[in-house]
Ligand binder design. Structure first.
Ligand code: FAD
Length: 481
């Protein structure tokens, strides 16, 4: 029997959405279409020499809503571990505990840094008063909120590296989505609350992590989807969305292995829930979208990322889960040690580091071999003071083209044009990180999926009013790092 609902993309959003639909008493027939050879998208894992490896540092944050956490605990059982956070960040040439810890800060940063921070606190009311309305850019808002010292040491170089733009060219929305501290004094209070004795449970000092890598969450969701009769078409990608008036009449799919010339498979579902990049969605529409929509979609850009993995001949190379590097002269933004996320002891005598290297599609780094990338990573680890003195058994590299949506100063205008057009197609709903062009965490992705499942009526039409209400809450999501 052909599916009544097709979910495009089997990342966490698509999987959780399909599962929620299949768990309904009036469950429709659901198929997921996934380009990759495995489920999980950015939140997938793979195994190399017995080590579970993620696509960069991934953890389930403690702020996950209770009903979602309960569902995940039910799915994963004792495999969903609760772990203490143990990271470091390189600031002013010194490694400091991250999340920031007061004692560590005092012992490692020069007194002049604290003096400048103190002056920033004193000047805070004047900076805020001078801010024009909501501010014009990420740089302006953060400078007003947090002061120049933290911005120059931390937030601005990180922004340049992760999102590939000068902070003056990044939209204010990015500050709202990505920086939870809205004042320097609040940030200082948060750091002080990390002192033993003051620390509260759920204050961000721990996280949840599956024993077999972060991708175990998506794998468990996929297993349940299949058990309930859902179909997951792997290695299959969207080629065309054929419209008849204001409805999708046909979805044209093809194998992602034989790209352009393979046979096509046509589906005619009642509803399509799309979690794939909005730019790909627009490009697939036939007979084509209005020129203004095309132009706006072409202006939306995603930052890509390379993941470079070093497999090392030792049990453990650091006691830390992740190291954060804001410095723009180091090629990576973060380096994580996979075994430290779950506390795995096995495999003995082997560990792995994963370096995250953001880039713009078309830049040279996207095409470098794993070996050349690893040479750069090893060179920069040395320069950063993280010395690797053990043999590198081998290296590998992966690439994800849709890592971060780029919030440049014009993105909101372009996104609105694209969204308004998409809203005219009754049975095609874009949602999730990629289709909604949103910065999010996994717990947000699951929230969106749960909410979307409520909006599909039993007759497979979409409850637009309920969806609009849910979207107001999505707009409040702030990413946890
Ligand atoms: C470096 C990095 C680290 C992160 N760390 C954390 C963390 O610690 N904690 C946390 O909670 N979140 C983290 N996140 C965010 C988390 O990865 C996302 O919230 C989550 O993956 C979003 O799920 P999604 O299903 O919406 O999108 P995705 O995971 O991107 O899934 C989209 C899916 O669509 C598929 N697809 C794309 N195009 C097509 C097509 N044309 N046809 C068919 N299929 C297609 C893709 O292959 C993919 O499987 C991190 C993100 C990044 C970039």
């Amino acid at each position: 029997m052909p599916p009544q609902v097709v979910v495009l993309g089997a990342g966490p959003t698509g999987l959780a959405l399909a599962l929620k639909l299949l768990q309904r008493r009036d469950a429709p027939r659901v198929a997921l279409v996934e380009r990759a050879s495995q489920v999980g998208g950015l939140a997938a894992s793979f195994t190399c020499e017995g080590i579970h490896l993620d696509y960069g540092s991934h953890r389930l944050h403690e702020v996950v809503r209770a009903p979602i956490l309960r569902d995940l605990q039910e799915l994963l059982g004792a495999d969903l571990l609760h772990r203490p956070r143990r990271g470091r960040i390189l600031i002013q040439g010194r490694f400091i505990g991250y999340p920031l810890a007061p004692l560590d800060l005092l012992l490692n940063l020069p007194p002049s840094f604290f003096l400048r921070l103190g002056l920033d606190v004193l000047a805070s009311p004047f900076r805020r008063a001078a801010l024009d309305g909501d501010g014009a850019s990420y740089a302006e808002v953060l400078r007003a909120r947090l002061g120049p010292t933290l911005c120059e040491a931390l937030y601005f170089p990180f922004a340049r590296k992760l999102w590939g733009l000068p902070p003056e060219e990044i939209a204010v929305e990015q500050a709202r989505r990505r920086v939870s501290a809205d004042s320097l004094s609040k940030m200082i209070r948060r750091v002080v609350s990390a002192l033993p004795g003051i620390r509260e449970p759920g204050a961000g000092h721990g996280y949840y992590y599956p024993r077999q890598g972060f991708g175990q969450i998506s794998n468990a969701l996929a297993e349940k989807v299949r058990q309930l009769g859902g179909e997951i078409l792997l290695n299959t990608e969207l080629r065309e969305i054929v419209l008849a008036g204001e409805q999708v009449a046909t979805l044209r799919l093809g194998s992602s292995k034989d790209r352009a010339d393979g046979p096509l498979q046509d589906l005619r579902p009642d509803m399509i829930l799309a979690t794939i990049p909005i730019t790909e969605l627009v490009a697939a529409i036939r007979p084509g979208v209005p020129q203004a929509v095309q132009k706006s979609a072409a202006s939306l850009r995603y930052r890509a990322i390379r993941f470079c993995y070093l497999i090392l001949d030792t049990d453990r190379v650091t006691p830390y889960d992740a190291h954060y590097f804001p410095q723009t002269d180091l090629c990576f933004s973060r380096v994580s040690e996979a075994k430290n996320y779950s506390g795995a002891v096995e495999p003995r005598g082997l560990t792995a580091l994963c370096a995250e290297i953001p880039f713009w599609p078309g830049e040279e780094v996207g095409e470098l071999s794993a070996e050349v990338l690893a040479e750069r990573v090893l060179r920069d680890l040395e320069r950063a003071g993280l010395h690797i003195r053990v043999p590198v058994r081998h290296v590998l590299a992966k690439r994800y083209d849709y890592a971060y949506p780029s919030y440049d100063l014009a993105f909101a205008e372009h996104l609105a044009v694209v969204r308004d057009y998409m809203a005219t197609i009754a049975n095609l709903i874009p949602l999730g990180r990629q289709a909604d062009f949103a910065h999010d965490n996994l717990h947000h992705a699951l929230e969106v999926a749960y909410a979307a499942a409520e909006c599909l009526r039993p007759d497979l039409s979409w409850d637009k009013a309920l969806w609009a209400r849910h979207r107001l809450t999505f707009a409040e999501h702030v990413v946890v790092d």
